[in-house]
Design a protein around this ligand. Structure first.
Ligand code: PEP
Length: 257
């Protein structure tokens, strides 16, 4: 495994004090596992204050969404340059909750990915099938379509800045985790799609995270899969000890290799 990326997606949770406390706990402890790249993605309103807590720590800051324009009449939206301004390195784009509840399409995600890259952010682009799609045997087709649409027209240099997150929709927040084999199957497909579109070196350079009910108890097995390069963690990132145990598991897997 390359240097793993373990990112916490706090979604629409926590208040200001809780956000500061959690970020401080993660920042203090993360120094013990320098082999792991750690990032926290708080709600937008807390990005600035969490960014201040993470300053001078090895933990990176990420947004949960960004618009494709850099400024203008888009009430309620945030531009990628604003995220950079408060210290973000990453931005989650195309999360299934945004696709499901806010109508984001692959085309919209693609515009956002390009704008984020242009602003110097590293997009964490989420892809994944629903339960119905999996049961109807459409997983590969869905992943291929999301890959082609969300990542259209990216140069070799650009795709190397992108992190892919395979997040089966049926595993997000449900406690139903993909088996390591199910995860590896899709991760290997994503690696193949990268290889076919770019080249072997680029395919190997791109970080592919797994997300969907990752917990301290299942992290090591998932992260041991050859094409799993990290985790995007929702629920378990809201408790410092759980999140840090996942970071520790990534470190342990790397050490064993
Ligand atoms: C997520 O929202 O990206 C996620 C993976 O959530 P959870 O870990 O709670 O399933």
């Amino acid at each position: 495994m390359k240097r793993p990326l373990v990112a916490g997606n706090w979604k629409m949770n926590l208040n200001r004090i809780q956000a500061i406390t959690l970020a401080a706990q993660v920042a203090q402890q993360a120094v013990h596992w320098p082999t792991v790249h750690v990032a926290l993605c708080p709600p937008a309103v807390y990005l600035d204050v969490v960014g201040q807590v993470l300053r001078n720590s090895p933990v990176a800051l990420g947004g949960q969404n960004a618009h494709w324009e850099t400024a203008g009449a888009f009430t309620g939206e945030l531009s990628p340059t604003m995220l950079v301004d408060v210290g973000c390195v990453f931005v989650i784009l195309g999360h299934s909750e945004r696709r499901q509840h806010f109508g984001e399409t692959d085309e919209m995600v693609n515009r956002k990915v390009k704008a984020a890259l242009e602003s110097g952010l590293r997009p964490i682009v989420c892809l994944g099938e629903t339960l119905q799609q999996r049961e109807e045997g459409q997983t590969q087709e869905v992943i291929r379509a999301q890959f082609a649409g969300s990542l259209a027209d990216l140069s070799l240099e650009e795709i190397r800045q992108v992190v892919l997150a395979y997040e089966p929709v049926w595993a997000i927040g449900t406690g139903k985790v993909a088996t390591p084999q199910q995860a590896e199957e899709v991760h290997a497909l994503l690696r193949e799609l990268l290889r076919n579109k770019y080249n072997e070196a680029t395919a190997q350079a791109v970080t592919i995270q797994y997300g969907g009910s990752v917990k301290p108890e299942n992290a090591a097995e998932l992260l041991s899969q050859p094409n799993v390069d990290g985790a995007l963690v929702g629920g378990a990132s809201l408790k410092a000890q759980d999140f840090l145990r996942i970071v520790a598991a990534a470190h342990a897997v790397l050490e064993e290799e």
